[in-house]
Design a protein around this ligand. Structure first.
Ligand code: PRX
Length: 659
């Protein structure tokens, strides 16, 4: 277990929900919450079956709820059929929401586009018909490598409409990462754009696709469909490449949704683990959609009149659940943003909230922390200068939010009247798991509070036994839930190894350390494995190490995280070169070269913040790298631990010196 568990948080401030948030809430008051929790515990199958009937539209109703016969490969609602896109579009239009705005899209340069539910259905249907005419069908895999755009939602929804399994790759990932995902899913289709715009700069996407395809192993890709975002000149392969608007052109406005089995994979999304290459997390159609819709209703207490804004990118799970699927399945109006929070200045988020009258705002602690800093430097962009009275609920996701950032967010953005929902969840969980309910849960800054009804979160020791409150342990889920990961695409053994270790009694192991306080509130203490959280993005230390040693100059590398005020954690790499250890300006130049290399191998988010060169790495006599010591060195702290088992203790001093 990582040493981050050692500290015990002492936080005594409690903020009960304001009466205005309790009144009329979907789950109103703690008694209502407890009643739902009790219902779920008494008869989980009846609980989930009722919700799945109430919140989803089925083309073939299910008769089975949970099938545990092949645990941990659970199946939910396994004999039912539905279509995810029909639930997000036709089902809303049937409720009279055809003319309601589905997406308010704001481009990097401030240009705003709106699309109603009826218009979105037409776009999705035409594009789906176009894909169908190209021969794409149920079970095919499509890679989506696109900027934040209505077109990205159209592409995902069109895949869902046909039962084509999508795998979205974040636009910030490199050609190499893209190629690995194309190969792993066996994609026959790639949907991309010429370029994306971020902070006033154009960033090429299509060239990365060309580069990825040229790396080999991608022979299954028959078509590359390109959304024309900027009109930049791009290389073109006749017979393979098509413009998205040409695929849509002339297609009928109606595309009958393909009914799929409840368990049909809706998507595969890659995320980092402690070993090896990123894992393709496979999600289901029905269970996933149920939880997407339900958590939007519960956690954000969504109302028909809301303007919802989740600032995540569709390349991450947050963008899947809380942009493409959840808000649409609830018939909400949502804002979608192409750019970055600091362009044209760091007041962009607050300005957009005021202009679009956003009532529910959902962002990441790293964004909050960087905006706190930014408005210290430029007071004009402080949230106090913007009309934020439209806000009702504000949320946080992706990493622990430190109590100071929580208080700032609560006071300056929420004006002490908006509950903060600090939502703990993961790519693998599909949706929120532990989170306050805005109309019920008293808040404590820095705690994600209590599990949602139906979610059996617990903290256990190495043998799966519950630990007493106040003690640290492994965060687990004792029972399966509908939106859980189904498997790792193509690697069922790794699925079992990663999430269901035999000593934990069949519980789902989240990979986080946590503790509970006397009120049963959960406090997440960070990962227990070699996974880092940099600006809310998950990164495996092994991935960065592999990228570094793939460089011709590098003999050996060890990567650890160190705490960082803005990004949560920062990547620190300890590197041994094949040549002698560089110093001074030469060391700086090589470090820069290695950073650029990592950006090319994985993506800019994986670039090491610090690189330290050594003649060797601290190792035990059996040759094991002592990462525990490297973490201390990375923080700039003095080593107090016993180093007598080290082969080469002197190396620590050398590595302590930054460039
Ligand atoms: O360590 C936890 C942290 O992010 C991890 C999941 O990362 P990912 O799969 O990329 O999903 C991010 C978006 C859901 C978790 O294992 N994490 C996520 N939310 C929180 C959090 N840590 C503390 N508090 C949170 N609210």
């Amino acid at each position: 277990m990582s040493n981050s568990i050692e500290s015990v948080l002492v936080e005594t401030r409690v903020f009960p929900p304001p009466a205005s948030a309790v009144q009329g809430a979907t789950i109103s008051g703690m008694d209502a919450y407890r009643a739902l929790v009790a219902q779920a515990e008494r008869d989980p199958n009846a609980f989930w079956a009722r919700l799945a009937r109430e919140h989803l539209q089925w083309t073939k109703p299910f008769t089975q709820v949970l099938d545990e016969s092949k645990a941990p490969f659970y199946r939910w609602f396994g004999d039912g059929e539905l279509n995810v896109s029909a639930n997000c579009l036709e089902a809303q239009i049937a409720q009279g929401k055809g003319d309601k705005v589905a997406i308010i899209f704001e481009a990097d340069d401030g240009k705003v586009d709106k699309i109603t539910y009826s218009q979105l259905l037409v776009r999705v249907s035409r594009f789906a018909n176009g894909l169908k005419s190209l021969g794409y069908k149920l079970g095919d895999r499509a890679i989506i490598y696109m900027p934040m755009s209505i077109e990205a939602v159209v592409a995902m929804q069109a895949c869902a409409r046909l039962g084509v399994i999508h795998s979205v790759v974040f636009g910030g990932f490199s050609a190499k990462s893209l190629q690995e995902r194309i190969v792993d899913v066996g994609a026959s289709l790639v949907i991309t754009a010429d370029e994306q715009m971020r902070g006033g700069k154009a960033i090429a996407l299509k060239p990365a696709v060309e580069e990825a395809l040229a790396m080999g192993g991608c022979e299954a890709v028959r078509r590359v469909v390109v959304y024309k975002r900027t009109g930049a000149k791009v290389d073109w392969t006749e017979g393979r490449d098509l413009w998205m608007h040409d695929v849509e052109a002339g297609q009928p406005d109606v595309c009958t949704p393909t009914p799929v089995n409840a368990e049909h994979p809706l998507f595969i999304l890659y995320t980092s683990g402690s070993t090896g290459k990123p894992k393709g997390v496979q999600h289901s159609s029905a269970g996933y959609l149920l939880w997407s819709a339900l958590t939007v209703k519960w956690t954000f207490d969504s109302r028909d009149s809301d303007v919802f804004w989740c600032t995540a990118d569709v390349g991450w799970v947050t963008g899947h659940t809380y942009i493409t699927y959840g808000p649409l399945a609830c018939g909400l109006t949502q804002v979608m943003f192409e750019g970055v929070p600091t362009y044209p200045d760091s007041g962009r988020f607050w300005d957009m909230i005021a202009r679009h009258k956003v009532s529910v705002f959902y962002t990441a602690p790293t964004a909050i922390r960087s905006l706190i800093k930014a408005c210290e430097g430029n007071p004009k962009t402080h949230p106090r200068n913007y009309a934020l009275d439209c806000l009702r609920i504000i949320g946080s996701v992706g990493e622990p939010i430190n109590p100071e950032a929580w208080m700032w967010y609560y006071k300056n953005v929420g004006r002490e009247r908006c509950p903060i929902v600090d939502t703990w969840w993961q790519t693998e969980t599909g949706g929120h798991m532990i989170t306050p309910l805005p109309g019920a849960t008293p808040l404590k800054p820095g705690s994600c509070t209590l599990p949602l009804p139906g979610i059996s979160a617990a903290i256990v020791d190495e043998t799966g036994e519950d630990v007493p409150s106040g003690s640290g342990g492994f965060l687990v889920m004792k029972r399966p839930w509908p939106a859980m990961i189904r498997t790792i695409w193509g690697d069922p053994d790794r699925f079992i190894k990663s999430y269901f270790p035999p000593e934990l009694k069949g519980y789902y192991l989240a990979g986080d350390g946590a503790q509970r306080d006397a009120d049963g509130y959960f406090w997440i203490m960070g990962r227990i494995d070699d996974v880092l959280n940099v600006s809310g993005h998950r990164l495996g230390t092994m991935e960065v190490e592999s990228a570094l040693v793939a460089h011709e100059m590098v003999a050996e590398a060890a990567v650890v995280g160190r705490p960082d005020d803005t990004t949560g954690e920062a990547v620190v790499a300890f590197v041994v070169l094949k040549r002698s250890r560089p110093e001074g300006d030469e060391a700086k130049a090589i470090a820069q070269q290695l950073r650029d290399w990592v950006a090319k191998e994985i993506g800019p988010i994986a670039k090491p913040r610090d690189i330290r060169f050594g003649d060797n790495l601290p190792k035990t006599r059996s040759g094991k790298i002592m990462r525990r010591l490297l973490r201390v060195v990375a923080k700039g702290e003095t080593i107090t631990q016993d180093v007598s088992t080290l082969e080469n203790p002197a190396i620590l001093e050398q590595l302590s010196k930054s460039l």
